[in-house]
Design a binder for this molecule. Structure first.
Ligand SMILES: [Cu+2]
Length: 391
């Protein structure tokens, strides 16, 4: 894919292709993989697309501000042989906007210290593909693919696929093989995460899709199932992409301690190579850290040779959940809070609960400098950002 990015904003920007295993120079991280593109300038992205699936792209310069304002979009990579017809392939990109009392985008609250030190910027108005609770026409008796993308800055969306008899076929753009019914509810979809659902409705009529993170369910879209004579019996299957399996016996292990934020233990954090004082905390707004460091350190979190398998043990010693994202790589979740993970599932973003732990593994097969950060964009800006290097 070749994209000429033309920056017509009054401020610098860059574009990240979330979940795509790109060449490092095209990853779009201003200050790490490229210089930010100045106003009026252009940048030519050339992106390899090794995996079919549901991805997205977004600004990766001042993301907490630019993504909150809507600088993002879906990036759908089709399978070599299409599995779903266009009318059965439904995109649902969700975002929670924060509106002020007049119902306008609340720009004044961007950068709010309360958001940065707590749960991030949570909106008060949910949209789907930029619309308010849209009605979407779908054919009856046809297997549908619902691609859900969480584009919220910080909200963890809650959805229960069992309420409308849907099953999961892919997480974070990676097909899991057999469609699976969830044996728990609700499904938590963290910021930047995607899930593809498979469902067929045999009776015409409306089907409500609801978000459940609030005290009452919110209908974010309605599927209007329309009469259709022909019945598709055979259930489609998505061919999984080919990703390298980590060699756990010979993996190098690293530990990442997440600290800081409100309502937790006060932690001593270094920022720009210097221990922060209480005054610095407020001035710099660097209130979160990884292994005692807030934001980008000069030295990488780890550096390994290309092809090395790595295991990262992440320990969350904060009072908040987080959505951790590895750039350039999908990983297996080996363990979460002492429970074994699922070997079939590849992810590029995982949720970790307060005081929880998660162990991930992947093959560091893509050379370059890669970001590893919380995708709650206020947390990332306020310190939860580090990087690793593959030589
Ligand atoms: Cu976070």
């Amino acid at each position: 894919m070749r994209i000429r990015f033309r920056n017509e904003l009054p401020e610098p920007s860059s574009i990240h292709w979330h979940g795509v295993r790109v060449d490092n120079s095209m990853d779009g991280v201003a200050g790490l993989t490229q210089a930010p593109v100045p106003p009026g300038d252009t940048f030519d992205y050339e992106v390899n697309l090794p995996d079919a699936g549901t991805f997205w792209y977004h600004a990766h310069t001042k993301s907490w501000d630019q993504v909150a304002r809507g600088l993002y979009g879906p990036l759908i990579v089709e399978e070599r042989a299409p599995t779903f017809t266009p009318e059965a392939d439904i995109l649902l990109m969700l975002d929670d906007w924060r509106l002020d009392a007049q119902g306008r985008f609340d720009a004044a609250s961007l950068g709010n210290m309360m958001d940065w030190s707590h749960a991030g910027r949570l909106g008060n108005y949910l949209t789907v593909n930029g619309m308010t609770s849209p009605d979407i026409s779908v054919p009856a008796n046809t297997w549908l693919r619902l691609r859900l993308i969480n584009a919220c800055n910080s909200r963890i969306l809650e959805i229960d696929p069992n309420r409308f008899s849907a099953r999961v076929i892919a997480y974070d753009g990676q097909a899991i093989g057999e469609a699976r019914e969830l044996d728990y509810a609700p499904l938590l979809l963290g910021p930047a995460q995607r899930v593809d659902l498979l469902v067929r409705f045999d009776t015409p009529g409306p089907v409500a899709l609801e978000e459940l993170s609030q005290s009452s369910a919110y209908r974010f879209a309605t599927l209007n199932v329309a009469d259709n004579e022909t019945r598709q019996d055979r259930e489609p299957t998505l061919p999984p992409n080919l990703l390298p399996a980590p060699d756990l016996r010979n993996a190098q292990m690293f530990e990442l301690l997440m600290e800081g934020g409100a309502m937790g233990q006060m932690s001593q954090l270094t920022y720009n190579g210097r221990a922060q004082t209480r005054m610095d905390f407020m001035a710099n707004k660097q209130v979160w850290g990884f292994n005692g460091v807030a934001n980008m350190a000069d030295e990488p979190f780890f550096s390994v040779a290309r092809g090395q398998s790595v295991i990262v043990n992440v320990v969350n010693r904060t009072s908040f959940p987080h959505a951790m994202h590895t750039h350039g790589h999908h990983f297996k979740l080996l363990e979460r809070n002492g429970q074994a993970g699922d070997e079939q599932i590849w992810r590029d973003t995982f949720l970790i609960e307060p005081d929880g732990m998660a162990k991930i593994a992947f093959v560091a097969d893509n050379p370059g400098k890669w970001l590893f950060h919380c995708h709650m964009l206020e947390h990332a800006a306020a310190g939860m950002t580090t990087w690793f290097e593959i030589t």
